[in-house]
Design a protein around this ligand. Structure first.
Ligand code: SAM
Length: 209
């Protein structure tokens, strides 16, 4: 693991955060624990080698950028709806010299039009309720791939409520991995997502499946 690149990322995050509100966590020790280590928890469940990974609602780059730093061979796409966050992500990709990494200013619903079932893995942290998130993420995942949601510790009710949505979108709940203060909801894509999903921007939230 390239500690120098993690330190550089942390320093850039703190510097940009003085101009734009990118994160409420601004202490380097907390950034390491709550952003970097948290983002990397997935590696305890999954070995990432040459997979294509899409991070939906990446914000300031979590979990996508730490995963790219830990697993440089992955092909990373960061999707983010807020322009200033995308500008930060593009700056980070350039500053850290990351190859096979891009940040796209778009909404997941729009991005899905040209990138259906194109990724081995979709990840998302702190973006939406699991029913909504499943509609944003599962259409992008190849059959046989995975969608992993970073969720809070107590997740049972939200997972149960998302049961129908996950099935409708071609997924199957594989496992909920528990960590202190974090649950990873691991969903396998088992069949193609019906063409009508995702619906137009905002509909997944307005009328969750
Ligand atoms: N994943 C990051 C993290 O954990 O630090 C950022 C979390 S932030 C609370 C949620 C982000 O999701 C926001 O930056 C927002 O702009 C983005 N977002 C929400 N809905 C989205 C959508 N439909 N498509 C793309 N980005 C979206």
């Amino acid at each position: 693991m390239n500690v120098e690149l993690f330190n550089k990322y942390s320093a850039e995050l703190i510097a940009w955060n003085k101009k734009f509100n990118l994160t409420s966590i601004t202490d380097p020790v907390e950034i390491k624990k709550k952003h970097f280590e948290d983002s990397l928890l997935i590696l305890q469940s999954l070995h990432l080698s040459i997979e294509s990974v899409v991070d939906i609602g990446a914000g300031a780059g979590f979990p996508g950028i730490p995963l790219k730093l830990a697993c440089p061979n992955i092909k990373l796409t960061l999707i983010e709806a807020t322009k200033k966050k995308v500008e930060f992500l593009q700056h980070i990709i350039k500053t850290l010299g990351l190859t096979e990494a891009e940040a796209v200013w778009t909404r997941a619903e729009e991005f899905a039009k040209d990138h259906r079932e194109a990724f081995d893995l979709a990840v998302a942290r702190a973006v939406a309720d699991l029913r909504v998130l499943s509609e944003l993420c599962l259409p992008l995942v190849k059959v046989g791939g995975f969608f992993i949601a970073y969720k809070e510790e107590k997740i049972e009710t939200e997972v149960a409520q998302a049961d129908k949505a996950i099935e409708t979108l071609g997924g199957r709940l594989k496992e909920v991995r528990k960590f202190p203060a974090r649950s990873l909801v691991i969903i396998e894509k088992t069949s193609p997502t019906p063409a009508k999903y995702p619906r137009r921007p905002g509909m997944a939230k307005k009328r969750p499946l």
